[in-house]
Design a protein around this ligand. Structure first.
Ligand SMILES: *[C@@H]1O[C@H](CO)[C@@H](O)[C@H](O)[C@H]1NC(C)=O
Ligand SMILES: *[C@@H]1O[C@H](CO)[C@@H](O)[C@H](O)[C@H]1NC(C)=O
Length: 389
């Protein structure tokens, strides 16, 4: 009898141990670092009606995803989500993917006039965005700017600031109020398959602007807008741009540089396989006519097709919109190559190199550059530029 008791007790203990073991197993496997947790913004109160402010719901989903010990996905389903000033911040425990099937809609500029950015990622690491349409609703602000003085500046649609290991895959930005996408003080950012569009006469709607950033790639994108297709500001190093279609807009621009006396330089930029159609400029380097410590060097333009571009190849070191430029540009431009550039200019002068008398351009190399204007070779004009043969 006593023996039987001991036996059944030990059986029970074994069963309990097996149960605990089993339970523990399931628990640990579901918490393994490979499984991803998904945070649907709708579960946090976001409404796909385009009218309800869903900012708080998006931020709540972000905070949950950010503190998740598993890799996290924020999911935005089909529908229109109105966001006001959406700021995503912080060092998260894991990489975060944001999958957007719907459209994010900005409020009218009378609401956004109080902030510089509409959607801002600040100080984040390891964020990938897949898909989505960001609609800045800029048309009424452009109309204001065209007819009045003193209109608000508007908000940049999507900005990454002090961030790293960022990927944008197939993101669409339409009708931004100001810039579409800005990458600032960031490193290791990859933009792929972006679709950017705004009216060809919309003011200050640069497609992608990069500054004070390092190790940036922009691939396979289509940018039609009212200002620069891609603009590159001071302090940009190791930027690779490839397979981009630009137009309408102002083309690809390094600069404006040299607005400030003390300024970080731009170096190691490759612009490859680009098609520019009907743009105001093609490949431009632009600096203020002022003293500055900045520079632009080691920049390669390669395999570019121009279609009726007003200023296909241009270096302009006398930029001075405020007419307050008592000096020549201090920006030194060197080691610039133009290789395999073909197509049509919409003006007589296809190549205009207007460099600083203080800092003449050096190491300019042209190889297989053939631009025509009305079926004849376009002209070239060079001032203070040393062309390597
Ligand atoms: C986050 O992503 C980066 C780059 O894609 C990768 O190297 C890193 O291991 C990832 N980190 C985690 C915690 O998954
Ligand atoms: C430049 O391009 C035009 C138009 O494609 C062509 O007719 C011409 O032969 C080319 N010139 C040279 C020097 O390759």
């Amino acid at each position: 009898m006593a023996n039987l008791m001991v036996n059944s007790v030990s059986h029970i203990i074994v069963v309990i141990i097996i149960f605990i073991f089993f339970f523990f197993c399931i628990k640990t496997s579901s918490a393994s670092p490979t499984s991803t947790r998904t945070f649907n913004v709708v579960h946090y109160g976001a409404k796909p009606d385009g009218l309800t402010d869903s900012t708080k719901a998006f931020i709540a989903a972000w905070h949950e995803a950010c503190s998740s010990i598993n890799p996290a996905t924020i999911y935005v389903p089909v529908g229109k989500f109105l966001l006001h000033n959406a700021v995503f911040q912080g060092k998260c425990k894991n990489n975060i993917s944001i999958r957007i099937e719907g459209t994010l809609v900005a409020p009218p500029y009378k609401v956004t006039k109080f902030f510089e950015n509409w959607v801002l990622f600040e100080g984040v690491n390891g964020v990938s965005i897949f898909g989505g349409i960001l609609d800045g609703q800029g048309a009424s602000l452009w109309a204001c700017k065209k007819s009045h003085k003193g209109c608000p500046k508007g908000a940049t649609t999507l900005r990454f600031k002090r961030s790293s290991n960022i990927e944008l895959n197939g993101v669409t930005s339409v009708n931004s109020q100001l810039y579409h996408i800005v990458i600032e003080e960031s490193y290791n950012v990859k933009v792929q398959g972006a679709k950017v569009s705004a009216s060809g006469d919309s003011p200050n709607t640069d497609g992608i602007h990069v500054q004070l950033s390092k190790d940036i790639t922009i691939f396979d994108s289509r940018i039609a807008t009212g200002d620069d297709c891609i603009s590159v500001g001071p302090g940009t190093t190791n930027l690779w741009i490839e397979n981009i279609a630009c137009g309408p807009g102002h083309g690809i621009s390094i600069g404006s540089l040299g607005k400030e006396l003390k300024e970080a330089g731009v170096e190691d930029v490759t612009v490859k396989s680009v098609r520019l159609s009907g743009t105001k400029n093609g490949l431009r380097i632009k600096t203020w006519g002022r003293p500055s410590s900045g520079y632009a060097r080691n920049i390669h333009f390669q395999n570019v097709v121009m279609n009726k571009v007003k200023n296909p190849i241009i270096i302009d070191q006398q930029y001075c919109p405020d007419k307050h430029c008592p000096h020549k540009s201090g920006i030194k431009i060197s080691e610039i190559t133009y290789e395999n550039i073909h197509g049509t200019s919409a003006t007589k002068v296809g190549i205009m190199l207007d460099c600083s008398s203080e800092q003449p351009c050096s190491g300019i190399r042209m190889e297989d550059v053939n631009l025509t204007y009305e079926d004849k070779p376009a002209q070239a004009s060079c001032i203070n530029a040393n062309i390597d043969q």
